[in-house]
Design a protein around this ligand. Sequence first.
Ligand SMILES: Nc1nc2c(ncn2[C@@H]2O[C@H](COP(=O)(O)OP(=O)(O)OP(=O)(O)O)[C@@H](O)[C@H]2O)c(=O)[nH]1
Ligand SMILES: [Mg+2]
Length: 323
Amino acid sequence: MDMTDLASRLASGDRRALARAITLVESRRADHREAALALLADLARSGREALRIGLSGTPGVGKSTFIESFGLRLTGQGLKVAVLAVDPSSARSGGSILGDKTRMERLSRDPQAFIRPSPSQTHLGGVARRTREAVALCEAAGFDVILIETVGVGQSETVVAQLCDLFLLLLAPAGGDELQGVKRGIMEMADLILVNKADGDLKPAALRTVADYAGALRLLRRRPQDPEGFPKAMPVSALEEQGLADAWAEMQALVAWRRETGHFDRRRAEQARHWFEEEVREGLLAVLSRPGPARDRMARLGAAVTRGEITPEAAAAELLTTL
Ligand SMILES: Nc1nc2c(ncn2[C@@H]2O[C@H](COP(=O)(O)OP(=O)(O)OP(=O)(O)O)[C@@H](O)[C@H]2O)c(=O)[nH]1
Ligand SMILES: [Mg+2]
């Protein structure tokens, strides 16, 4: 594979080159990894920046439908839109974004859009790294907006929040007056709560749910990265394409404020540090688990601990000083 050629085709916005580059960063082969790191370092100089939007919501809430209508609205304005997913495959009951391409039929045919299915990795750390690198590749390819989708289960929201500039939480209209068991931690990450399916018979329930969440959001501690009035809850209908323009306007207002006040860049800088530390942690674990001197030493020290020749603490300290 000619890396210089791949890099220049990618930089010119070639979607096939982008897809190949993502396949390269997903590969676990050592030589591919080396090429991927060189490619990423090369493309980092492009200085291009997309707006990264995270989107989370439980199965069936309407994420795919939302991405399709919202994405088409953005491409209609001349913006280039990339869609990525963060999903530990175990969290999926079959439908990956790939199967979703049929649900996002119009968007996947749009030359201004790029949709990439989630890789089949069970390890969230691996998916996170691949998505982070895919984001960088999409930026270098000149995409304006990157939508990063995740199913609202477990830790994947935290991963997405560390990858995006804005985090959207998609909810369904609730039946009663109770909040739908949305964990406080997830609510605290949200910049906008969008109550979807605010159409037809569901509209009154959707509006009540918006009011409930607006109230709940007011009770949260004010975050320094928010202007007055944020985070916000609002109704949308992905199906009938209602409220999407308002939601986009709110996103743009929030981003403009964060750029002016320096919060935008600060968040990215903090995210970069977070990912550096994660990489180091993962790298250390990898050193201990793959065949080599560190794993041998761990085995020898483990045996000595078993025989009672050394305390667990002393053995661990000894091992760590050699790493
Ligand atoms: N009434 C109404 N139905 C909607 C709306 N958005 C999505 N739906 C319906 O809800 C169902 C699920 O929508 P999807 O977009 O597939 O939901 P999802 O969140 O992507 O689901 P998973 O991919 O399984 O996590 C489909 O039958 C949609 O037609 C909406 O705005 N209004
Ligand atoms: Mg979906």
